[in-house]
Design a protein around this ligand. Structure first.
Ligand code: NAD
Length: 513
C-alpha cells in the first residue's frame, strides 16, 4: 500500500458472483476487405485487467503490413467507387453500419469492458451511443456541401467544392476505443475518404469486430483497413507515408505532438485530440448537491481515464472546507469493483503500468505538500488493478497535481478568491480541453465561460455530449475539432472553380494594335 493512502470508510470493492465467460477473440489484420496474418506472424495478447483472463489476441503488424494497408486505401481512393458515390449511397452504408452495431451491442460491450476494465453497463451505454454517431455522420454525408458565388459579375460564377481529402490514418487510444473510432471513421467515410485505422494495442477488439459489420454493410474493399500492433512500428508509418493525406490522432499530448511533427514535415493535414487537466469551477451560490454529484462523476467516471476528466476543482475559498468534506464523503460511496458487477460504476485501471503511473503522481503530489483526504492506494487484497477514489487537498496551482494530466481517479482541490482569480488558475496549464462552471448567477457563468481557454465549457452540468456539438481542445489539448456539422468538412479539401459565362472579349495582349 502507498504511504500516501487513507482508506477509512471506503465502500468495499464489489465482487462479481462468477468469473467472466468469454470465447477468446483472435483478430487478424483487415486489409483490402480481407483478414490477413501479420507478415512476421507475431501476436499480441490482451488479458482483462480486472480478472487476468485472456480476452483476445491480435496480429502484431510490421511496417510492411502497414504499407500494404496504405496501398489498399490509396488504390481504393484513386480507383475505387467510394469517393464518387452519391452522398445518399454513402449515407445508406453508414446507416447499415449503425444497425450492425445495434445488433451486436452486447458482444461489442463485453469485449470493450473486459479489455479496458470499465463496467459492462457503461460499455453498453457507450456502444449504444456509437449508433447515434454513425447515424449523425450519415446525415452529413447527404447535407455537407460547398458554396456558390453569384456575386462576381455577369460573366463569372464561383463554385467552392468540398472534395474528400484522400487517404486518412486514424490512430485511437484505449480509454473509449469504439466511441473515439466512431468520432472519426464515419465522418471520414461520409466525406468520401478511405482509411487505415490503428487502434490501441490494449483494446483493439471492438475495432476489429466492427470490420465484420463494415464489410457486411457493403463498404468496398480497401476503403477501411485496420492494422493492429504496437505504437511506433504501426502508427509511425501512417504519419510518414507520402500516400497518407491526413492524420487524425487521439491520444497523449506527448505522442500526438511527435506524430504531428512527422506528419507536418510531409505537409499532411493533421487533427489532434489530446490530453486535458479540466477544471470544474465552483461558486458558493451553486446547486450544491448537483455540483457535488457532478464533481464525483466528473473525476471518477471511467476511473478518471478520460481526456475530459474533471480532475481539478477550483473552489471559492469561503466554501473550500465544506466542499472538501462533502466530496470526500461522496467519494467514499462510489461503487468500485468488478466490471461485470451490475452495480459497479468504476472498474479496473487499464494496466499495471497505468496503475503505477497514477500512484507515482499521487506520491509526487504528497511530496510537494498536498494531503490525501481519501484513497491514494490500491484496494488491498484485490487481484485486479483497482485504485481507490482519491481526493487531494492543499493543492496549489504550481504543483504538478494541479497541472499534469494524471489519467486516474484523482481529484485535486484548489481554492480561489474571485472569478478573475479562478479564470487565471484555470488557464495556467498547458491544456485547454474542457471546463465547467457552477453558479446560479448568469453573469458569473458567462464571465467564466468566456474567459477560460477550453474547447467545451459546461455550465451547471458536466460531461454531456452531442454529435451536433463540435469537440476538441485549445493549446496542448489538440488541433481541430471532431463532431458537429464541420466534422465532415475536416476530412475535405476545398476546391475553387471559376466559371466564365459567355464570350470572353477582353484580351491581355490586344490582337490588333
Ligand atoms: P498514447 O498516446 O499512448 O496512444 C494513443 C495511440 O497512439 C495508441 O494507438 C498507441 O498505440 C499509439 N502510439 C503510441 N506511441 C506511438 C508512436 N510512437 N507512433 C505512433 N503511434 C503511437 O495514449 P493512450 O495512453 O492510448 O491514451 C491516453 C491519452 O489519450 C491521454 O493523454 C488522454 O488524455 C488522451 N485522450 C484524448 C482524447 C481527446 O479527445 N482529447 C480522448 C481520449 C484520450
Amino acid at each position: 500500500m502507498s504511504t500516501a493512502s487513507i482508506n477509512t470508510g471506503l465502500r468495499p470493492l464489489l465482487v462479481a458472483s462468477s468469473a467472466p465467460r468469454i470465447d477468446v477473440y483472435h483478430g487478424q489484420l483487415f486489409i483490402e476487405g480481407e483478414w490477413r496474418a501479420a507478415s512476421s506472424g507475431g501476436r499480441i495478447e490482451r488479458r482483462s485487467p480486472a480478472h487476468g483472463t485472456l480476452v483476445s489476441t491480435y496480429a502484431a503488424a510490421a511496417p510492411e503490413d502497414v504499407h500494404a494497408a496504405i496501398d489498399a486505401a490509396h488504390h481504393a481512393f484513386r480507383k475505387g467507387p467510394w469517393p464518387k458515390l452519391k452522398g445518399a449511397e454513402r449515407a445508406r452504408v453508414l446507416l447499415a453500419i449503425a444497425e450492425g452495431i445495434r445488433e451486436n451491442v452486447d458482444r461489442l460491450a463485453l469485449v470493450e469492458s473486459l479489455e479496458s476494465g470499465k463496467p459492462l453497463t457503461q460499455a453498453r451505454a457507450e456502444v449504444s451511443g456509437c449508433i447515434d454517431l454513425w447515424q449523425y455522420a450519415a446525415s452529413l454525408a447527404r447535407t455537407t456541401s460547398g458554396d456558390t458565388y453569384d456575386t462576381l459579375g455577369e460573366d463569372m460564377l464561383g463554385l467552392v467544392l468540398r472534395q474528400p481529402v484522400g487517404v486518412v490514418g486514424l490512430i485511437t487510444p484505449w480509454n473509449f476505443p469504439l466511441w473515439i473510432l466512431s468520432q472519426k471513421l464515419p465522418f471520414a467515410l461520409a466525406a468520401g475518404c478511405t482509411c487505415i485505422v490503428k487502434p490501441s494495442e490494449l483494446t483493439s477488439g471492438t475495432t476489429l469486430m466492427l470490420m465484420d459489420i463494415v464489410k457486411a454493410a457493403g463498404v468496398p474493399a480497401g476503403v477501411v483497413n485496420v492494422v493492429t500492433g504496437l505504437g511506433a512500428p504501426v502508427g509511425q508509418p501512417l504519419a510518414e507515408s507520402p500516400l497518407v493525406d491526413m492524420l487524425s490522432f487521439t491520444g497523449s499530448t506527448r505522442v500526438g505532438s511527435m506524430l504531428a511533427g512527422l506528419a507536418s514535415s510531409k505537409l499532411k493535414k493533421v487533427s489532434l485530440e489530446l490530453g486535458g487537466k479540466n477544471p470544474q469551477i465552483v461558486f458558493p451560490d451553486c446547486d450544491w448537491d448537483a455540483m457535488i454529484d457532478a464533481v464525483v462523476f466528473g473525476v471518477y467516471f471511467n476511473a478518471g481515464e478520460c481526456c475530459n476528466s474533471g480532475s481539478r476543482v477550483l473552489v471559492h475559498e469561503s466554501i473550500a472546507e465544506r466542499f472538501a468534506d462533502a466530496v470526500v464523503e461522496r467519494a467514499k460511496a462510489v461503487p468500485v469493483g468488478d466490471p461485470l458487477h451490475p452495480d459497479a460504476k468504476v472498474g479496473a485501471i487499464v494496466s499495471e503500468q497505468q496503475m503505477r503511473d497514477i500512484l507515482a503522481h499521487i506520491e509526487h503530489g504528497v511530496a510537494a505538500g498536498a494531503q490525501v483526504r481519501v484513497g491514494g492506494a490500491r484496494y488491498e487484497g484485490a487481484s485486479g488493478t483497482y485504485l481507490q477514489p482519491t481526493v487531494l487537498t492543499g493543492v496549489t496551482p504550481e504543483m504538478s497535481a494541479a497541472r499534469d494530466e494524471i489519467f486516474g481517479p484523482v481529484l485535486s482541490v484548489i481554492p480561489f478568491r474571485d472569478a478573475q482569480h479562478a479564470i487565471e488558475i484555470a488557464n495556467d496549464t498547458a491544456y485547454g480541453l474542457s471546463a465547467a462552471v457552477w453558479s446560479r448567477d448568469i453573469d458569473t457563468c458567462l464571465k467564466v465561460a468566456r474567459g477560460v481557454d477550453a474547447g467545451t465549457i459546461w455550465v451547471n452540468t458536466f460531461l454531456d455530449g452531442y454529435p451536433e456539438l463540435p469537440f476538441g481542445g485549445f493549446k496542448a489539448s489538440g488541433v481541430g475539432r471532431e463532431l458537429g456539422k464541420q466534422a465532415v468538412e475536416d476530412y475535405t479539401e476545398t476546391k475553387t472553380i471559376q466559371l466564365h459565362i459567355g464570350e470572353r472579349n477582353s484580351r491581355w495582349v490586344p490582337l490588333k494594335q
